[in-house]
Design a protein around this ligand. Structure first.
Ligand code: XBP
Ligand code: MG
Length: 263
């Protein structure tokens, strides 16, 4: 791959663009449980375990099956969980509108630079579409929705990560092969999905995913970093840079691609 053939960056949302899980989705789930009269509460530690199940509705159903078998306040369980999930996303939108969640370090900078350099931008996520738009609106501004050529969510691709379906979908929409793209993920489920679609994957770990298995990741960093406040390389297949302090920007990504080719 030539260094100038990086054509698209494909961003995950939850945990990658922002730490939405602990202070966004988790809080909204608990608000929805209270509202529905359920005595369920997901603390920070429990939510970390529940994150193994992707999809908010699937996560709640898993919890009900595995942790809390109490009767539901409805006879139609499937419909109940659909409604509970909608309520959760309503609370999530209110939290975003209240400015509860900030972008992770370096995200704004990298998006601006990638646009300036003519890279195509894409979102590939397992969350609901409304959650993506409300996050973008209240962090980068409503106009940022148009920065992304493809926004693929659970609404377009119901088959959730670790299935590669969402990545196959965005590659097909872009008309690009995987080797012209880089996926940015925070979780093992996300990495497995991206790798199964043949994508190089940069992992930005967070508190929930730090202990996960990231075998096969192209580069693992604790954060993208900012000038004066860099991230640290934790590993990845681009060997020789582990432990380095880096600000992940487009020139660095291109340099690492050249390094990869020279091996
Ligand atoms: C995100 C998810 C989602 C969110 C909640 O995974 O698994 O389920 O936790 O959003 P990823 P919904 O970051 O890998 O895309 O409630 O809309 O599912
Ligand atoms: Mg994620």
């Amino acid at each position: 791959m030539q260094n100038n053939t990086l054509k698209a960056l494909i961003f995950d949302i939850d945990g990658t663009l922002a730490d939405t899980e602990r202070d966004g989705h988790r809080v909204a789930f608990n608000q929805a449980f209270d509202e529905a009269g359920l005595n369920w509460h997901w603390d920070v530690e429990l939510y970390g375990r529940l994150l193994a199940v992707t999809g908010g509705r699937e996560r709640m159903m898993h919890y009900h099956q595995q942790y809390n078998h109490g009767p539901l306040p409805a006879t139609d369980g499937a419909a109940f969980f659909v409604g509970l999930h909608q309520a959760k996303n309503r609370h999530y939108a209110a939290l975003m509108a209240g400015g509860q969640i900030a972008l992770r370090p370096g995200i704004r900078r990298l998006l601006h630079q990638a646009r300036h350099e003519g890279l195509r931008l894409v979102i590939a996520t397992t969350t609901t579409r409304s959650n993506v738009t409300v996050l973008l609106e209240h962090t980068l501004g409503a106009e940022s929705i148009d920065w992304f050529e493809v926004i693929a969510t659970a609404d377009e691709v119901p088959d959730k990560k670790p299935s590669p379906a969402v990545y196959h979908y965005v590659l097909q929409q872009l008309g690009l092969t995987a080797h012209h793209c880089l996926a940015l993920e925070d979780s093992s489920n996300g990495l497995v999905a991206a790798r199964a679609a043949g994508l190089r994957t940069l992992v930005t770990i967070n508190d929930y995913t730090a202990g996960s298995d990231f075998s096969g990741a192209w580069l693992i960093v604790d954060q993208l970093g900012e000038p004066g406040s860099p991230g640290t390389v934790r590993g990845g297949e681009v060997s020789g840079v582990a432990g380095h302090h880096v600000v992940v920007d487009v020139p660095l990504l291109r340099r690492l691609l050249v390094l990869e080719q020279s091996r």
